[in-house]
Ligand binder design. Structure first.
Ligand SMILES: [Fe+2]
Ligand SMILES: [Fe+2]
Length: 183
């Protein structure tokens, strides 16, 4: 499995969580929505999707692609970066909504739902673009040696997260929560 395969596999985990999120939030019975599960999803998005996945792209992959002549501003890398930022903005509003809901502001439910569903749409399209356009572009632009260095980096990074949370907390969370909602 090379560095790009690792990123695609992370996309698969993120897409499963997106499916769970849509299943939870589109439930007809609002009183049935488990806020703990919504908070788990927000935690997953912030740590697994944003910290572990997006930072591999922003700090490693995009940097290497730029060195090989792929433009950042006005090009696909710039678009991907601004979509990461848009996702962070949605999640910040979701967190604000959760905090309000917890102090009894039940009207905040719509803020949570709208922003989390917008995040799901954004990320689904974003992942499609990366899988089908950006990553193939990276495979053409980067030398096998650079891909090999990235592969070792990504494998090491995933094995050295605090308390093995990459595998032990987040990949496990995807399995556990999808076994509840995606039958
Ligand atoms: Fe991305
Ligand atoms: Fe990605």
């Amino acid at each position: 499995m090379n560095a790009i395969d690792i990123l695609v596999k992370e996309h698969d985990s993120i897409l499963r969580m997106i499916e769970v999120t849509q299943r939870i939030l589109n439930s007809k019975d609002k009183t049935n929505i488990n806020l703990n599960h919504v908070e788990m999803i927000v935690d997953f998005v912030k740590k697994f999707a944003d910290k572990y996945h997006h930072l591999k792209e922003e700090d490693v992959l995009f940097v290497e692609m730029e060195k090989c002549g792929v433009a950042r501003n006005g090009g696909p890398i710039g678009v991907m970066m601004s979509e990461h930022d848009q996702g962070r903005a949605y999640i910040k509003l979701v967190e604000e909504g959760i905090a309000q809901l917890k102090i009894g502001e039940y009207s905040a439910f719509n803020q949570i739902k709208d922003n989390l569903l917008s995040y799901c749409n954004l990320l689904t399209n974003h992942i499609n673009k990366e899988n089908n356009v950006l990553y193939p572009m990276a495979l053409r632009a980067l030398s096998p040696e650079i891909i090999e260095v990235m592969t070792v980096d990504f494998k090491d990074a995933n094995l050295s997260t605090p308390s093995d949370e990459y595998h032990g907390t987040y990949l496990k969370m995807v399995d556990e929560i999808s076994s509840i909602y995606l039958k």
